[in-house]
Design a protein around this ligand. Structure first.
Ligand SMILES: Cc1cc2nc3c(=O)[nH]c(=O)nc-3n(C[C@H](O)[C@H](O)[C@H](O)COP(=O)(O)OP(=O)(O)OC[C@H]3O[C@@H](n4cnc5c(N)ncnc54)[C@H](O)[C@@H]3O)c2cc1C
Length: 497
């Protein structure tokens, strides 16, 4: 084998796209280890009664999705593409006081005095953040007002992080807006404010295709979200010896290879295959795209092995790295699909879906009406929806049995659509899945934790261990793919010298 030996940990979208871009930009010889028996990580699709069941994300967003669109096109998936319907532009927010869903529209919002007051405050009296970091709640209440934080931003954040705006960091969750706010109004950004770095879709993507995806707002595939990771797997396994993609394999320990007589050094990995057989292999670089708590466990085990075989004191840098990786909290949630043979009452059931503010104290974070987002995949006039429940707002919910999650979701169909009796309507299909520790929460101080992880992994492994993935680069799939592309480009530049 020629070219640097690169070990990639994790076969989710971050790890797979990293392998893809590394092969595209360099001569890296890639070994990708995935613990489970499938690729995709949180992107997981199954089918039930002919309906597409998404256990993780339900659509790819076009916004800031240029690298994702480029990747989809490179893999030849355009023929399987399904674009979100126009109806998916309509969105709702639950209003607990009024006991009904409110349509989010420019006109509808324009007449809310508290919103106008908030916008005026931002336009005329915007003040930079007094602290280097601030919770989303504090930031929005200070710059606009409390109602805007609680009634608009809180439910929107639930839809992305399943999290609590009183704990999440504005700087880490919305870095572009946080930075722009240091230079004045957010609604009328100053010339000094940094612009969001828009990716550029490869010129091979036909402009008409790019435009239609961007106009639709979001997309998926005929067979669901997993089509993209599966196409990446197929493309990587077709590259012969240059890529080894091993399912059912995980790293047991990672340690620096001591200088050997040939002057080569790198990272030594003990790898476990199919639960028993172990091999030891040396790599020039290791990229982890694992949840940070998984990487912490591997490093902790490596530390324990090193201390049992040597009298040298444990490295402080390694201990701090493990602590920092473990300090990132991940939220868990339940996903409940319900399909009804009949159309549920409009208009909300014919929209993208709705979100619920935490002040409502409801178990549901929000719902997506998949039959109106992707009608081409639906059966006749029935309604197929999914509810997201729990998250960081209601962490205890995950201890409930799937049957009670189905019951809560059926009740939510009733209260949200204004007909409580709908809870009695028997769904034609139900499917519940639990996503444990699935979404990293960027609490106050997260940016410092990320810097510390980068600096400590550099110190401990001489720049040969790079930590990537949703906790480091952002939870959105577009961010996972864009950061994998960036990392591959940086690798190509440094490995040429
Ligand atoms: C319910 C839900 C809804 C979401 N909705 C959206 C959305 O609408 N839009 C959006 O952009 N994003 C959404 N996300 C977030 C997005 O799906 C994830 O952030 C993204 O898929 C993370 O990809 P990743 O590759 O970084 O990590 P993961 O998907 O976590 O992949 C990591 C992989 O590492 C493997 N692994 C773990 N430990 C080991 C080990 N020791 N050795 C080897 N392998 C190991 C895991 O099995 C996994 O396959 C959603 C997530 C969930 C759960």
């Amino acid at each position: 084998m020629s070219g640097p030996r690169v070990l990639i940990l994790g076969g989710g979208i971050s790890g797979l796209s990293l392998a893809h871009f590394l092969r595209q930009t360099s001569k890296a010889q890639c070994t990708l280890l995935e613990k489970s028996n499938r690729v995709g990580g949180w992107i997981r699709t199954t089918k039930k009664q002919g309906l597409v069941i998404e256990h993780g994300p339900a659509s790819y967003f076009a916004r800031r999705g240029e690298d994702t669109i480029g990747l989809m096109h490179e893999l030849g998936l355009q023929d399987q593409l399904v674009l979100a319907d126009k109806a998916a532009k309509q969105r709702y927010i639950w209003n607990e006081k009024q006991g009904k869903l409110q349509h989010i529209s420019l006109m509808g919002l324009a007449f809310k005095p508290w919103l106008i007051a908030g916008f005026l405050k931002d336009l005329v009296a915007a003040q930079p953040s007094p602290d280097p970091d601030e919770t989303i709640y504090s930031f929005i209440s200070r710059r606009f007002n409390r109602r805007m934080a609680e009634e608009l931003v809180d439910p929107a954040v639930a839809g992305i992080y399943g999290g609590d705006i009183r704990k999440l960091s504005m700087r880490s969750c919305f870095p572009v807006q946080f930075e722009a706010a240091q230079h004045g109004s957010l609604l009328r950004p100053s010339k000094k404010a940094p612009k969001p770095t828009a990716g550029k879709a490869p010129s091979s993507v036909p402009p008409a295709l790019l435009r239609s995806i961007q106009m639709s707002g979001s997309f998926s595939f005929q067979d669901g979200m997993e089509a993209l990771p599966l196409a990446l797997q197929q493309s990587l396994t077709s590259q012969g010896d240059a890529v080894r993609l091993r399912l059912g394999s995980e790293v047991v320990s990672l340690s620096s290879v001591p200088d050997d007589p040939t002057g080569q050094c790198g990272i030594r990995a003990v790898i476990q295959h199919d639960g028993d057989q172990q091999t030891t292999e040396d790599f020039d670089f290791v990229y982890s795209t694992l949840p940070t708590y998984s990487l912490a466990s591997i490093l902790e085990h490596s530390q324990a092995l090193a201390s049992s075989s040597s009298s040298a004191p444990a490295s402080d840098a390694l201990s701090s790295l493990i602590d920092s990786l473990r300090s990132i909290h991940y939220a868990s949630m339940y996903i409940c699909h319900l399909a009804y043979d009949s159309a549920l009452p409009p208009p909300a059931s014919a929209s993208f879906g709705f979100l619920v503010p935490s002040s409502a104290k409801r178990p549901v974070l929000g719902a997506q009406f998949l039959s109106s987002i992707f009608p081409a995949r639906n059966h006749g006039s029935g309604t197929h929806l999914r509810m997201l429940l729990g998250g960081d707002r209601q962490p205890d919910l995950i201890s409930q049995a799937p049957e009670s999650i189905t019951a809560l979701s059926r009740q939510a169909v009733g209260w949200s659509l204004g007909q409580p009796s709908l809870a009695e309507l028997e769904p034609a299909m139900t499917e519940v899945s639990l996503a444990k520790q699935c979404i990293p929460q960027f609490y106050l101080g997260h940016a410092d934790t990320v810097s510390k992880i980068k600096q400590l992994s550099e110190t401990q492994f001489g720049g040969r261990l790079v930590v990537l993935g949703a906790a480091i680069n952002g939870v959105a799939m577009n961010e996972c793919i864009a950061s994998a592309k960036r990392a591959a480009r940086e690798f190509a530049m440094t490995s040429q010298h």
